[in-house]
Design a protein around this ligand. Structure first.
Ligand code: GAR
Length: 208
């Protein structure tokens, strides 16, 4: 249910690739189930398919390439400028394959959410699904968390457990995890939009 007394939460979604998580967020908003508005989609990859998804739905989609900047801080400073010019309230990292510096984190305190394809703190960084396969875990999953100064270390909002099958490949496991991502990511955004999340140190409290 949407909360009519709040104006739609202004989201920016940052992507690097296919954008299936972005698509689910778009669909929920269009169905009237999420009281939010995607005010811009940013991709650091010019050929990210997610850009096309945004454009199809009339959402401003921008290519914001990191190669044009000398370092991560200056790239982030430019990102902050774009996001602030759109009055963004919540930043969604939906498959954005860049580590943020404190320039971004400080500009949006406790207002950047990331989806990670593992049960953090296990398997942070890149190739988490392959890391899980190599380790031989029976279960892995996905995590939605706020972004802090570390890599995949911020306070955890929601997690979902996904079984690892004996004959899984990186692709089959990634597909199963992505299906779970699609559920918990929008749920976490919903909680934020409905002002049901508070953060106490490392812990995220969710009110009913
Ligand atoms: C998702 O599996 C997400 O967890 C992962 O990228 C994929 C993007 O899929 N993110 C990371 O690995 C971040 N380190 P999508 O473009 O189809 O939403």
């Amino acid at each position: 249910m949407t909360m009519a007394h709040h104006p739609p939460c202004r989201l920016a979604v940052l992507i690097s690739g296919s954008g299936t998580n972005l698509q689910v967020i778009i669909d929920r908003i269009e169905a009237g189930e999420l009281n939010a508005e995607i005010v811009c989609v940013l991709s650091n990859q010019p050929d990210a398919f997610g850009l096309e998804r945004a454009t199809r739905h009339g959402i401003p989609a921008l290519v914001h390439e990191n190669s044009a900047f000398p370092d991560r801080r200056s790239y982030d400073a430019a990102t902050v400028e774009i996001l602030k010019s759109h009055n963004v309230e919540l930043v969604i990292l939906a498959g954005f394959m860049r580590i943020l510096t404190e320039v971004m984190v400080n500009a949006f305190p406790r207002a950047i959410m990331n989806i990670h394809p593992a049960l953090l703190p296990a398997f942070p960084g890149l190739h988490s699904q392959q890391q899980a396969l190599d380790y031989g875990v029976r279960f892995t999953g996905c995590t939605v968390h706020f972004v802090d100064y570390g890599t995949d270390t911020g306070p955890i909002i929601l997690q979902s457990v996904v079984p690892v099958e004996q004959n899984d490949t990186e692709e089959s496991l990634s597909d199963r995890i992505r299906t779970a991502e699609h559920q918990i990511f929008v749920r976490a955004i919903q909680l934020y939009v409905d002002r049901k999340i508070s953060v106490m140190g490392r812990k995220v409290l969710i009110s009913s």
